[in-house]
Design a protein around this ligand. Structure first.
Ligand code: ADP
Ligand code: ADP
Length: 228
């Protein structure tokens, strides 16, 4: 069975002249362990689609189901990583990664063990007590990735997560994420407007076009990692 099911999902933002159709009726089935990249120009509805899967926006029509259950609002079963500015600046790296676990009511010692384990996986051991502003952009995104993974989500939702990073850091982060995808057997939905990134990262590339947003094609990509 597919892990995520998007069925007949459309989104219109209200406004003058009938509002903005951000996404036309869209169907998408995501299988367990898929790494799907969603590729398309700015404004084609990529973020809107991802935000609806995350439960941060509600479809105008259609249904989104995770493990067969319709999603209503955000949940720990979906880990989200945005482009930037998503760490809590008043919390340390360790506290940021513990955040979701604390919300679940997990004992502090256990939270910290899990958080340290994921910080090690993203190469941030030793930075537990730093604050976000003391870290580079790449390190902040590693922290955001560790925070998303620590909650053990069924699916990882990433919206242009490396879009603000310089080229070299971006390549390092791409390889880090692919390594984690392979070792943790995660399912990933990854939005990008970079063709090279979409084809390099995904085992399936979903291509969208704008005005209004819709899926134009959905293609399997032969695995080509490592890069060189
Ligand atoms: P992308 O992520 O592909 O750049 P978006 O999903 O952000 O595209 O946007 C799709 C369309 O919906 C755009 O025309 C955008 O301006 C519009 N849109 C997105 N969010 C809102 C909103 N909150 N209110 C009104 N229009 C929005
Ligand atoms: P993206 O990087 O996906 O293109 P945008 O810069 O289009 O992001 O959008 C950033 C935020 O602004 C999103 O939360 C989106 O929902 C909102 N937004 C985008 N377009 C509009 C709009 N026309 N009116 C109101 N909010 C919008």
């Amino acid at each position: 069975m597919s892990i995520l099911q998007v069925s007949g999902v459309a989104k219109t933002f209200p406004g003058r002249a009938g509002g903005t159709v951000a996404l036309e009726a869209t169907d998408l089935l995501v299988q367990e362990n898929d790494f799907i990249t969603i590729l398309g120009p700015s404004g084609c509805g990529k973020s809107t689609l991802l935000r609806m899967v995350a439960g941060l926006d509600t479809p105008t029509t259609g249904i989104i189901s995770l493990d067969g259950k319709p999603v209503h609002g955000p949940g720990a079963d979906r880990g989200m990583v945005f482009q930037s500015y998503t760490l809590f600046p008043w919390l340390t790296v360790l506290q940021n990664v513990c955040f979701g676990l604390r919300e679940k009511g997990m004992p502090l010692r256990e939270q910290q063990d899990i958080a340290r384990r994921f910080l090690a996986k993203v190469g941030l051991s030793g930075f537990e007590n730093h604050f976000p502003k003391q870290l580079s952009g790449g390190m902040q995104q590693r922290t955001a990735l560790a925070r998303a993974l620590a909650n053990d989500p069924r699916i990882l939702l990433m919206d242009e997560p490396f879009g603000a990073l310089d080229h070299q850091t971006r390549e390092l982060m791409q390889e880090l994420l692919l390594g984690i995808w392979e070792s943790e057997r995660k399912t990933v939905l990854f939005v990008t407007h970079d063709i090279d990134e979409a084809v390099f990262m995904g085992n399936r590339v979903v291509v969208m076009s704008a005005r209004p947003g819709r899926i134009k094609c959905d293609l399997p990509v032969p695995l080509q990692h490592p890069r060189h």
